[in-house]
Design a protein around this ligand. Structure first.
Ligand SMILES: *[C@@H]1O[C@H](CO)[C@@H](O)[C@H](O)[C@H]1NC(C)=O
Ligand SMILES: *[C@@H]1O[C@H](CO)[C@@H](O)[C@H](O)[C@H]1NC(C)=O
Ligand SMILES: *[C@@H]1O[C@H](CO)[C@@H](O)[C@H](O)[C@H]1NC(C)=O
Length: 357
């Protein structure tokens, strides 16, 4: 375990550009989103969408299952570290942390949520934190920060902090496509739903800007048709097609990303002083899946956990779970391994976030 942590540490130093020694210009990191970035908020609410048990977190410091949907740290943890903030972003609902920690790094994300209010209700009514509630928590945080740092300094923290927004896959995979002929799929075509979600994303950016945020990254979708679960379903539907990705879902992800990027361009022109960027993770993700060995991976089609096909959560407790997650792109049927998260962080820093240094 220690050897694994050290190996990832070296990889981090190697993958991050040398000028990332922390210039102090970014005093805090603030995270909104779903399980791609949830560092444990769902541990503290009544929901089945949790993973605060083994083997999750087995490559995290101390082998601790923190509620992160991975074997170790998330991309946002590595980004926080690269900005010389905390090495792991604490979850806002975790009582082990106080405003002293959150003043540097805070996560409002909740696994299984989405841009769409209806997505957080899919599994169980009101079971995870909807986006509007993440915003309310952020406003509450801003008020606490003012009492902790004083208004002037808190204003500066909020203005200079880095904000990362990462969600949307659940809106399509757990909501739109999971309820065929019902709910959103009976109201919208896929294209209309993309635009509907981007409209919500736009409103959310305006709200966060209204509280005082300026440096904001809106991350796009990965090739979600290549997530092991979607591949397994596709393979089941077309057993002789050779384990293909669901190209319809990938097309929707690309189209959604295009609309998200356009919205980012529009708000960048409209809102004074905003430094809004679109985080493109699709292309690198796609390349890793197509050429895993050139990135040091051996397996991209299935996850490390259990059979790697559809398993998540408790099913990862299987004795079939792989030994070395560093060989895998995916940890469970939907979520990347720590090693893939590090690569995504490094790529995002090199391509978009370095402008915030
Ligand atoms: C990011 O940049 C660093 C330094 O230039 C480089 O070593 C690293 O490989 C890059 N990361 C990615 C994912 O391209
Ligand atoms: C989501 O729900 C909240 C709380 O009920 C509401 O204020 C908001 O307008 C809803 N958002 C959308 C896009 O329907
Ligand atoms: C802090 O920001 C708010 C609005 O964002 C502003 O009204 C207030 O005057 C600022 N306070 C200080 C001390 O700069």
């Amino acid at each position: 375990m220690a050897a694994r942590l050290i190996a990832i540490g070296c990889l981090l130093l190697h993958l991050l550009p040398p000028h990332f020694a922390g210039t102090g210009k970014t005093p805090a990191i603030v995270i909104f989103g779903d399980s791609s970035v949830d560092s444990g908020n769902n541990n503290f609410i009544n929901t089945p969408a949790k993973c605060n048990y083994e083997p999750y977190g087995r490559d995290f410091e101390g082998g601790k299952p923190t509620g992160r949907f991975s074997n170790g740290r998330l991309a946002t943890d590595f980004i926080s570290q690269a900005f010389s903030l905390l090495p792991a972003v604490p979850a806002y609902l975790d009582p082990a942390y106080t405003i002293k920690d959150f003043a540097v790094a805070v996560c409002f994300a909740s696994a299984a949520t989405g841009y769409d209010n209806a997505t957080s209700d899919v599994m169980v009514q009101n079971s995870v934190i909807p986006l509007w509630k993440e915003l309310e928590f952020f406003k509450e945080y801003a008020a606490k920060l003012k009492s902790y740092q004083g208004e002037e300094r808190a204003n500066e923290t909020i203005r200079e902090a880095l904000y990362i927004i990462s969600m949307g896959a659940n809106d399509f995979l757990e909501n739109y496509y999971a309820l065929p002929g019902r709910g959103r799929s009976s109201e919208f075509t896929a294209g209309e739903y993309e635009s509907f979600l981007v409209g919500i994303a736009e409103g959310f950016v305006r709200e966060v800007y209204g509280v005082g945020a300026r440096k904001i990254d809106v991350t796009g979708l990965p090739p979600m048709g290549c997530l092991p679960l979607e591949r397994a379903v596709e393979n089941f539907r077309r057993p002789f097609a050779g384990g293909r990705c669901n190209e319809e879902y990938n097309g929707v992800a690309r189209e959604f990303n295009g609309k998200l990027e356009k919205m980012v361009g529009k708000l960048s022109l409209e809102l004074p002083e905003i430094r809004l960027v679109y985080g493109n993770i699709y292309d690198i993700f796609d390349d890793v899946i197509k050429n895993p060995t050139s990135y040091g991976f051996e397996v991209a089609e299935v996850g490390c956990c259990s059979n790697g096909l559809v398993e998540m959560g408790y099913m990862c407790r299987s004795p079939l779970t792989c030994w070395d997650a560093n060989q895998y792109v995916f940890w469970d049927a939907l979520h990347p391994t720590q090693k893939m998260n590090l690569l995504l962080a490094s790529h995002t820093i090199n391509t978009t976030l370095s402008s915030f240094m």
